[in-house]
Design a binder for this molecule. Structure first.
Ligand code: MCN
Ligand code: CUM
Length: 783
């Protein structure tokens, strides 16, 4: 394996080079928002609501004002006068920045304190006196949709966020009536915290002389935030600069627009000083964008022989107090309609009803691909349930129902056109690698001895790369993405993108794409993202869209440069352009490979000796509108042993065969998969944000919200199949979220497989030991 640090040489697609950005990360030299310190900077801290639902009767800030170092105190009333108490969300709803009349979730920002330092601000926050009149809270989305429920929002008449459906209801109902067997199951996909390392924050710096507002913020989508900020504040868009510096993990939680961003900007303009706001970890847990929270009822109809004929799903989704999901505009429930998964299902119908509750807003975040996580979990759990009900092997049932590889491009019952896939080959590869049939034999042997062992499969399909402009937009802006590549006279390159990595390694992989096409060494290519003053407009990094969109743009822009470079090379070699061959960074006349001009020679000539009729310079910009989504997939198999005494589940083995088409950097892809598998493991066995019926959060720190460490995390066994995307310029598909989307079902399927004979048909995640222990206890097995 080539492992150079920092990498040197021409390293195109498929090279396992180490990440260029890791040099600064490993040396502790990254620059995160909190690392930035500006002269005369003030600090912002929020007073937060102790109630999930309460009227604000009085706010007294006198005592707080007298704390030494306090500069200013900002309330909702003041923001309201500036027209900033509410701002629009990306889903066409609106959200409170600071409340004027009532609070709608526990932990909500109520008053902002600005002080000379963080300590003074914290002290003053404790001295703000707020008189609340508690209102009846509503924490359960099902109850929230009942007619006499308390209403969460002061500006709404009910708690209904949306009702959305897809598919042919009549045809699906008919199929269900005629089916030999129908299985059904309720699933709760629990609310999750996006446990990135760096909490959210911003620094706002308004320059009264130039009138320019610069904001450093932890955002995954700087350009979109700039546009929204400009529309809301009426500050001209070219006088707003948003910089996402290094980001310590985003995982979707940094797409949301937080009140702190807005209030720090407002305060900086008002005070004429830079203002910094950084959340603490527990503030993050109690108030930032959550993930999932889907109450799912799923049904699968099949024939006696196991052929699946219909799928019907009903969901109630809990959105908290504001509809702040970050879906593309036309998709209220994200891309949940990918729920037919890897199977050739003729009839399907889905219905999702969204509810407001007295909880923080968010939704979709945490390696989800816009609700594909919930979709994949539902279908993969249902298929396993069907296999068990029919007494069929879950692998064989899947092989029977997969969309055959010759049927691609395949149009699903819910309207998606899958670009390419070969699900059977991925599953067979996983089965072989893990020794599937031997494991089944072992399981039988163990069963005789009263030991509990389970095997769980998940053969998921992802849908990433938002997206084709006719379908995908955010607040009206089409979801293209961009690359701008400039080659300097000495052959060195600066490339800028509309996406923004939060740890995914774009500085390396985008450089590899350019290196692949132009034959320029990766160390000569600097990749920049996240500065709206310099980068071309883009929609940002989430939903594993960077490779399908900006990665494609990098390829197309490189090819544009190559076209021009060929003309220049022809001029230098005194030949016709049609006769020029380009190979590994060298141009030569067909048949004469020894007499060549390098890409670097051509770069110099572009500035010193361009052919007549050709503009000087060597650069290109591409705004890439993908013709379709990409559909990565995989086959995961998990083996668990269950301890009968304690209910403890041990993951003995986990084989993950992924297919993301052609791979740019195999090391980065494996890192993405391992990280995402670990998050799927956390989801399945450890993580949940829980609330009581009054909307009080249980816990709110990592002492209660458990995330996996190296101790709990299984050893992942990875493999690949390669089914290129037919429409992506490099044949690549996205991969960043695949394993979080695909793996939870494999874990749960394995546990249920171990317990099925005891009558356990389902256990909701997280599968804490006590939940398993309870099942065992009921069956008289646990002590
Ligand atoms: N890649 C590749 N070959 C492919 C596909 C991808 O080499 N065929 C590489 C890409 O070049 C990129 C990485 O794998 O370096 C992920 O690419 P992609 O699947 O396009 O996803 P994005 O870059 O758009 O990243 C977003 C995705 C999401 S949505 C979440 S959530 C998530 C994830 O990435 N958040 C992460 N992985 C994360 N990894 C880290 N370290 N931190 C996060 O916050
Ligand atoms: Cu949904 S988590 Mo990612 O899309 O940033």
């Amino acid at each position: 394996m080539e492992e150079t640090l920092p990498p040197t040489g021409v390293h195109g697609m498929g090279h396992k080079i180490r990440r260029k950005e890791d040099v600064r990360f490993l040396m502790g030299k990254g620059t995160y928002v909190d690392d930035i310190k500006l002269p005369n900077m003030a600090y912002l801290v929020f007073v937060r609501s102790p109630y999930a639902h309460a009227k604000i009767k009085k706010i007294n800030v006198e005592k707080a004002k007298s704390i030494p170092g306090v500069i200013d105190i900002i309330t909702g009333e003041e923001l309201d006068k500036a027209g900033l108490a509410w701002i629009p969300t990306l889903m066409g709803d609106k959200m409170m920045v600071l409340p004027t009349d009532k609070v709608v979730f526990q932990g909500q920002e109520v008053v902002a304190i600005i002080a000379e330092d963080r300590y003074a601000a914290m002290d003053a926050a404790n001295q703000v006196e707020i008189e609340y009149e508690p209102l009846e809270p509503i924490a359960d989305p099902k109850k929230a949709l009942e007619p006499n429920s308390p209403i969460v929002r002061p500006d709404k008449k009910s708690n209904l966020v949306f009702r959305w459906e897809a598919g042919d209801k009549e045809a699906t109902d008919k199929v269900f009536k005629e089916a030999d067997i129908v299985v059904s199951q309720d699933f709760y996909y629990q609310r999750l915290h996006v446990a990135y390392m760096e909490p959210v924050g911003s620094i706002a710096h308004y320059d009264p002389v130039s009138g320019k507002l610069t904001l450093w913020m932890t955002t995954q989508a700087p350009h979109v935030v700039r546009t929204v900020f400009s529309l809301v504040t009426k500050i001209p868009e070219n006088k707003i600069r948003i910089v996402s510096p290094d980001i310590g993990g985003g995982f979707g939680g940094k797409v949301y627009v937080y009140p702190g961003y807005v209030v720090s900007a407002y305060a900086s303009i008002k005070l004429g000083r830079p203002v910094k706001w950084i959340n603490t970890r527990s503030e993050d847990m109690r108030s930032t964008a959550f993930a999932r929270d889907f109450h799912i009822h799923g049904e699968l109809a099949a024939k006696k022989d196991g052929i699946i004929v219909g799928l019907r799903i009903k969901v109630i989704s809990d959105h908290g107090a504001f509809y702040g999901d970050a879906n593309p505009s036309k998709f209220p429930a994200g891309l949940f309609s990918i729920c037919t998964g890897a199977y050739d299902i003729k009839a399907a119908y889905v219905e999702v009803t969204g509810a407001y509750t007295n909880k923080p807003a968010g939704g979709i975040a945490y390696r989800c691909s816009f609700r594909v996580t919930e979709a994949s979990y539902t279908i993969e759990r249902l298929v396993d349930t069907l296999a068990h009900e029919l007494g069929m092997d879950p692998a064989e049932l899947r092989l029977k129902n997969f969309i055959p590889s010759e049927k691609f491009p395949y149009r699903s019952a819910l309207g998606w056109t899958y670009d390419s896939g070969n699900y059977a080959s991925a599953l067979k590869k996983a089965m072989e690698k893990i020794g599937y049939y031997e494991l089944r034999k072992e399981q039988e042997e163990k069963k005789k001895k009263g030991e509990l062992m389970g095997i769980g499969i998940s053969t998921f399909v992802e849908i990433v790369g938002a997206g084709p402009a006719d379908l995908f937009d955010i607040v009206g802006i089409k979801m293209f993405d961009s690359a701008e590549i400039r080659i300097h006279p000495t052959g060195k390159v600066i490339a800028r993108f509309g996406t923004r990595a939060q740890g995914q390694g774009h500085e390396t992989t985008y450089a590899q794409i350019i290196s692949e096409i132009l034959g320029i060494p990766v160390e000569d290519i600097i990749v920049e993202e996240g500065d709206t003053d310099t980068c071309p407009y883009g929609l940002g990094t989430y939903a594993s869209r960077s490779t399908p969109t900006a990665g494609a743009a990098a390829a197309v822009a490189s090819r544009k440069i190559l076209d021009k470079a060929k003309k220049i090379a022809a001029h230098l070699l005194e030949a016709r352009e049609e006769d020029i061959v380009f190979e590994k960074g060298k141009f030569y006349v067909k048949g004469y490979p020894d007499k060549y001009k390098t890409i670097q020679d051509v770069a110099l000539a572009a500035y010193t000796n361009p052919p007549p009729n050709i503009e000087a310079g060597l650069e290109a910009v591409t705004y890439y509108n993908p013709p379709n989504m990409t559909f990565p997939f995989g086959a995961y198999i998990c083996v668990v042993d269950v301890d009968k005494g304690t209910g403890q589940v041990k993951v003995r083995r986990f084989v993950a065969v992924d297919d993301c088409g052609n791979i740019i950097n195999p090391v980065i892809v494996d890192g993405q998969i391992m990280g995402a598998l670990t998050m799927g493991f956390g989801t399945a066995f450890m993580e949940e944000i829980r609330y009581d019926e009054n909307g009080n959060i249980y816990g709110g720190s990592f002492a209660e919200y458990l995330i996996p460490t190296a101790v709990e995390t299984p050893r992942w066994e990875l493999d690949k199949t390669v089914t290129p995307s037919p429409h992506h310029p490099l044949g690549a598909k996205g991969v960043g979220e695949s394993a979080t989307v695909g793996s939870p079902a494999a874990f749960v399927n394995a546990v249920v497989d171990a317990l099925w004979d005891l009558g356990a048909k389902h256990i909701d995640m997280p599968i804490w030991p006590w939940k398993v222990w309870k099942v065992l206890k009921e069956k008289g097995m646990a002590s």
